[in-house]
Design a protein around this ligand. Structure first.
Ligand SMILES: [Zn+2]
Length: 136
């Protein structure tokens, strides 16, 4: 079971991306981030967290489960339509509405802009992975 690769999931509490493995008790594409799994464990006990989210270290709170700013930017860039982005690597930029549409380097995105762009990218990412899994 632990051999299957981790995937991007949506934390069912905060809606942020997290790495983990699908647990049968969660909707497809949903899991829990380390912080909110821990919160459930603290409030209701490890056994309850286990029944909700699966095993810690297997389904949630796996190594590298927390998304860095860079990982979030990569996710946003990947799911931005090709007409609204340009560049590669350090030169990546996307069109953002800042009193008019401007091409903004990924590194220059504010936390607010990342928070605004992320849900769409995350839903596309999870949709893509869920589809790929159904087809294989
Ligand atoms: Zn969370």
């Amino acid at each position: 079971m632990s051999a299957s690769p981790t995937r991007t999931l949506v934390c069912c509490v905060c809606g942020q991306p997290t790495r983990g493995r699908q647990h049968w008790n969660r909707d497809a594409g949903y899991g829990v981030c380390a912080e909110h799994g821990q919160q459930t464990a603290d409030r209701e006990g490890e056994a309850v967290a286990l029944s909700y989210y699966g095993e810690r270290g297997i389904h949630w709170d796996v190594e590298g489960s927390t998304f860095s700013r860079e990982q979030k930017l990569t996710l946003i860039f990947r799911h931005t339509h090709r007409d609204y982005k340009s560049g590669k690597g350090a030169d990546r930029a996307i069109l953002i509405f800042r009193n008019g549409t401007s091409l903004v380097p990924l590194d220059a995105l504010t936390d607010e802009e990342i928070a605004k762009e992320l849900p769409y990218a995350l839903s596309k990412e999870v949709e893509r992975k869920t589809k790929a899994k159904t087809l294989s």
